[in-house]
Write a protein that binds this ligand. Structure first.
Ligand code: SAM
Length: 199
């Protein structure tokens, strides 16, 4: 892979599959509401890799201000259709905001960043948060960088590798890891690692 922060083939996959991917689910996760409970009412939330916009729609419905972003122009267009607001096309490595958000929601999106580049992206996320802000990201656990059966690139971290990447990007006020079973677009059952960090 030539780019340390993203895999062009994975972004091309999401662009190709944008319509089907954006319509694969209508529900949102319990984890989203646990996350929102930690954000002040009406708070400003950055979403990284918003996909079809289901989570952005739910956050807007709960009264939060949402800056929805995705690196795939096709999925950003699908999300815009769902939420009826502009969705920015932005790669994770293009995040330049500083002290700007009360919270950052990255559901199953930073799992596409190569492990060697993850700490630098996490440092950008930390910088984008206001002090005390909350950051959620979910990852598929494994034994390191690899591809799934659909050809998508994943970082598949161990819990130790993930903690090391966060610690390199820190300091964080709080760093909590939860794990549990989950699935994916490839329908393969996997162990997921859910990281909650506060700046
Ligand atoms: N968060 C959405 C959800 O839970 O339905 C989408 C999850 S999907 C597994 C991963 C998303 O991350 C896709 O929308 C993809 O376009 C986006 N993505 C992947 N690599 C990215 C990158 N380097 N920068 C920005 N977005 C990226």
């Amino acid at each position: 892979m030539t780019n340390p922060f993203h895999d062009p083939d994975t972004l091309a996959f999401y662009d190709r599959e944008a319509v089907a991917y954006a319509n694969r689910r209508t529900t949102v996760s319990r984890a989203l509401f646990d996350f929102l409970a930690r954000v002040a009412p009406g708070g400003r939330i950055l979403e990284l890799g918003c996909g079809g916009g289901q989570d952005a729609a739910a956050m807007l419905a709960e009264g939060f201000e949402v800056d929805a972003t995705d690196g795939s122009p096709g999925l950003a267009a699908q999300a815009e259709r769902r939420i009826g607001r502009p969705v920015r096309v932005m790669l994770f490595e293009e995040l330049e905001a500083q002290d700007a958000y009360d919270a950052v929601w990255a559901n199953a999106s930073l799992l596409h960043v190569p492990l060697g580049g993850l700490a630098a992206i996490l440092a950008r996320v930390r910088r984008a948060l206001k002090p005390g802000g909350t950051f959620y990201a979910g990852y598929k656990a494994g034994d390191g960088d690899g591809r799934d059966g659909l050809g998508r690139f994943f970082n598949f971290p161990t819990e130790a590798a993930l903690r090391a990447a966060y610690e390199a990007a820190g300091p964080w006020g709080e760093l909590e890891v939860r794990s549990g079973p989950g699935g994916g677009y490839d329908r393969e059952p996997r162990l997921w690692l859910h990281m909650i960090a506060t700046r």
